[in-house]
Design a protein around this ligand. Structure first.
Ligand code: FEO
Length: 398
């Protein structure tokens, strides 16, 4: 009987699940947890592909030994050095002192810096191959997806792509690990949130990587997070392609802050009018309550963005300032923008959001609205006009 861990050929899944961590990278909530995926090729040569977070090393080592017993491992391929995957490198080299570490010229400095490991380096360049028996591996260097050393390994025998973070998502693997054998509903939203927050800044490099991979006959995608993709590999490729081109659906994200509900009333008026004008996808986020990772994911999803902020201590509302910074860091492109704000005794928020509009290069659909203290007839009118301008701009694309 075929071992339960087989992906294809002699490739085994040996990843682990993290249901304890609250925040990935110390920032991103994990309501469904996260998996750290590693793979073992039990061929004439024995090969590990990436490792796992160091906290799971005991479980990881047991999984390895369950498959190969006390045999030595020949190669450890490092597709990505972020410590959620590279964390076990030092312990692996202690258990397998003759293991050759396969990486590119960007990899080894990081291995020395993080783990003090300087020996048994097997340096590859783009397009190099490694014959390990039944499986024939080829390496593709794909820098900045999403670190400089990132690369992918392709098994030409069975069409298995070890893609690093690319095509990955949040969410643990609860039992099975191949898409066709598990319920994958929870992963789609988590894929957009994962991509937009972790990789989102690097749309250009992701596009270059996709171009490099497009001639390959890929049957299985083995990312470092989330399911192994087989049945849904094309859908996953399509999602990554769309997100990395910053393409978005018709819809509007309204992200606002509000201390006593007055700015929120502006948001409500805008949303109501957007709906009246035929926009179905409207997502409203109170920035003090919604975690920014969900707001960023929705901004990647939808073409329209309307931001509202009160003035706080003669400054922009801090949670809105933080959101604007996160949008700029990700270098999100080609969105339609609307702005509204409020003040009690001196206005600052709208001015500061105007600076954001310039930096982001988003297209302002109308003049920003500034409200003093509370809603008036004129404010409702201004909110309707902003919504109408946004709806009209979105419908021009339809
Ligand atoms: Fe999953 Fe970039 O580490």
């Amino acid at each position: 009987m075929e071992p339960k861990s087989i992906v294809k050929g002699k490739i085994h899944y040996i990843g682990v699940n993290d249901r304890n961590k609250n925040l990935f990278e110390g920032m991103w909530p994990l309501p469904y947890g996260v998996s750290y995926n590693s793979y073992l090729i039990n061929d004439e040569k024995i090969v590990l592909v990436d490792t796992v977070d160091i906290n799971f090393f005991e479980i990881y080592l047991r999984k390895i030994k369950n498959i190969i017993g006390e045999k030595p491992i020949d190669y450890l391929i490092i597709n990505h050095m972020e410590p959620d995957h590279s964390g076990s490198i030092r312990l692996i080299t202690q258990h397998y002192p003759n293991i050759q570490i396969v990486g590119n010229k960007q990899t080894f400095g990081m291995i020395e810096g993080f783990y003090g490991v300087t020996e048994n380096q097997y340096m590859i360049v783009d397009g190099d191959s490694l014959d390990v028996g039944y499986h024939k591996l080829r390496f593709y260097i794909t820098p900045m997806v999403h670190w400089p050393e990132t690369m992918m390994t392709f098994d030409e025998t069975d069409g298995v792509l070890f893609s690093g973070d690319a095509f990955g998502c949040f969410g643990t693997l609860d039992g099975g690990f191949i898409d066709k054998k598990i319920n994958i509903d929870k992963y789609w939203g988590e894929m957009v949130r994962y991509y937009s927050n972790i990789v989102g800044k690097y749309g250009g490099p992701v596009q270059k990587a996709l171009q490099k991979l497009k001639h390959l006959n890929i049957m299985y995608i083995c990312p470092t997070h989330g399911p192994v993709w087989n049945e849904y590999k094309d859908k996953v490729g399509g999602i990554y392609n769309q997100l990395s081109k910053y393409e978005a659906e018709e819809g509007v994200v309204i992200a606002y802050g509000s201390m006593y509900g007055n700015t929120e009333e502006m948001a409500e008026a805008i949303a109501q009018e957007l709906s009246y004008k035929g926009i179905k996808n409207i997502v409203m986020h109170n920035v003090a309550k919604s975690h920014s990772s969900y707001i960023i994911a929705d901004i990647f999803r939808y073409k329209g963005l309307i931001i509202g902020s009160p003035t706080y201590s003669n400054q922009i509302y801090p949670e809105i300032e933080s959101l604007l910074s996160k949008i700029l860091i990700r270098d999100i492109k080609d969105r339609y923008l609307g702005l509204f704000g409020s003040f009690t005794w001196a206005g600052a928020a709208v001015k500061r959001m105007g600076e954001f509009a310039e930096k982001s290069k988003f297209e302002l659909v109308s003049t920003p609205i500034e409200m003093k203290q509370a809603m008036k007839e004129q404010t409702y009118q201004q909110c309707y006009e902003l919504a109408e301008a946004m709806a009209k701009r979105l419908k021009q694309d339809a």
